[in-house]
Design a protein around this ligand. Structure first.
Ligand SMILES: Cc1cc2nc3c(=O)[nH]c(=O)nc-3n(C[C@H](O)[C@H](O)[C@H](O)COP(=O)(O)O)c2cc1C
Length: 418
């Protein structure tokens, strides 16, 4: 963990125990999904007096007067984590990436908190922080939000969580670890046989198992999980992918950014710790095909090839995969314009859903291109009669071929003592 000279304002044994649990949890959570595998998350562990005070104040902990001054009631018992978006790691080429980044951070936060709960550290208070506070004046609490001088400049705080040690631990750490490691995006063809309705029904309700952010969910935010299995509806999704999917490749800025995450080979991907290889995107390729794909996908070639409709060909290929998959899943917010808290919590629901699908022997392949542009997203919502704003759409099915896992940055790099 970066930085070690924090002032010790909690009992040292508790700090040591929590540090170990946090490192274990971060190792697991590092394997969370994120757009382009950009891993835009960070977590501050509040150790300094300033950071702990700010976190406690944000959580509305009652203040007690002591001989030494003022302190928060739970000061010596709880640990505070601040989940953040790392602006240096975020995608920026499309406005819709803002939502994808918060979703990715929320998924990471959910897995991190679950891994902590499985080690006996349960989140008992949660408070979101507006990532884009409006300057409303000095009385605005977010304007005075300070976690101390070790808080990285590029990090935008998203939420503060208090954790306390409790027995028994909730959940099985080994099971969580295995499920998280078994979850991969699978972009290959799926078994066309339909998925048992009972399995889909179970997945639709699995979010009730959410451990960590549950309290916040009870306060209002709602996510609907909708499985699209009827032939006509799957054909409608495929039609949208076929019509709009080419935008991924024809939007110069967006494609340049996507391409910057495509790694030369496994060694390059391992060394960089993020992004994906052609094998993760297209499955096993023969060496000549790999060379051909590398040339075709380069932004300069793509600019030329799009004049002959290459982007439309790629979109049609993706659409065919969607049509042949037994199901599509859409996750939707009830609210047309969800706030940042709802979006981060939507990411927590996504993590819960994806892990549930993995346990059920299913794989996913998100198809975000039909959400990234308002016209396509609105048409999708209308044609499927979705109840609100869709924020995640994916193919769902049983894998035919295994896909290699993608690489990750060192888990400790996402942690900071603040
Ligand atoms: C919000 C979100 C959107 C995503 N959109 C796409 C997508 O449009 N196409 C795709 O192939 N993968 C998509 N993914 C999957 C990521 O690329 C994948 O999680 C990442 O590369 C890490 O690989 P892994 O899931 O196999 O661990 C998305 C993931 C998230 C969290």
């Amino acid at each position: 963990m970066t930085s070690t000279s924090a002032s010790q304002s909690v009992p040292p044994d508790q700090g040591v125990e929590f540090e170990y649990a946090l490192q274990v949890a971060a190792e697991i959570a590092a394997h969370s999904p994120s757009s382009h595998n950009c891993q835009p998350w960070g977590v501050g562990w509040a150790r300094s007096e300033t950071a702990r005070h700010t976190a406690a104040a944000l959580l509305g902990e009652p203040v007690e007067q002591t001989r030494a001054g003022y302190r928060h009631a739970a000061h010596d018992e709880g640990e505070y984590l601040i989940l953040a978006l790392d602006r240096e790691r975020q995608l920026t080429s499309l406005p819709s990436h803002e939502v994808e980044m918060l979703i990715s951070c929320g998924a990471y936060g959910e897995i991190l908190l679950r891994a902590l709960a499985a080690q006996g550290w349960r989140a008992d208070r949660f408070r979101s922080v507006d990532p884009a506070p409006t300057a409303r004046g000095p009385e605005d609490e977010s304007a005075g939000l300070i976690f101390g001088d070790r808080w990285p400049d590029a990090w935008v705080p998203l939420c503060v969580v208090r954790l306390r040690h409790a027995h028994p631990s909730s959940g099985d750490l080994a099971e969580l670890h295995d499920t998280v490691r078994a979850r991969h995006t699978n972009r290959g063809p799926y078994d066309p046989d339909s998925i048992a309705p009972a399995v889909l029904a179970e997945l639709s309700t699995s979010r009730s198992g959410l451990s960590s952010f549950r309290a916040a969910f009870e306060s209002g935010s709602e996510v609907t999980v909708r499985h699209v299995v009827a032939d006509a509806e799957r054909a409608a999704v495929a039609d949208l992918v076929s019509r709009y999917g080419g935008r991924d490749f024809s939007h110069s800025l967006a494609w340049r950014e996507t391409h910057s995450f495509i790694r030369r080979d496994e060694a390059d991907a391992e060394a960089r710790g993020d992004g994906f290889t052609l094998g993760q995107l297209f499955g096993q390729l023969s060496p000549p095909r790999r060379v051909g794909m590398r040339i075709a996908l380069a932004p300069t070639t793509m600019r030329i090839l799009r004049h002959v409709g290459y982007h439309r060909l790629l979109a049609r290929q993706l659409a065919a995969m969607v049509r042949r998959s037994p199901a599509t899943v859409a996750l939707c917010f009830a609210d047309e314009a969800p706030d940042a808290e709802s979006v981060v919590l939507g990411g927590a629901v996504l993590a819960d859903y994806w892990l549930g699908a993995t346990r059920a022997g299913l794989v996913l392949h998100p198809v975000s291109v039909i959400l990234q542009h308002d016209d396509a997203r609105t048409e999708l919502e209308q044609r499927l009669g979705l109840p609100g704003r869709a924020f995640f759409v994916s193919r769902l099915g049983r894998a035919i071929t295994a896909f290699p896992p993608s690489h990750r940055l060192a888990a400790s790099g996402a942690l900071r003592l603040v």
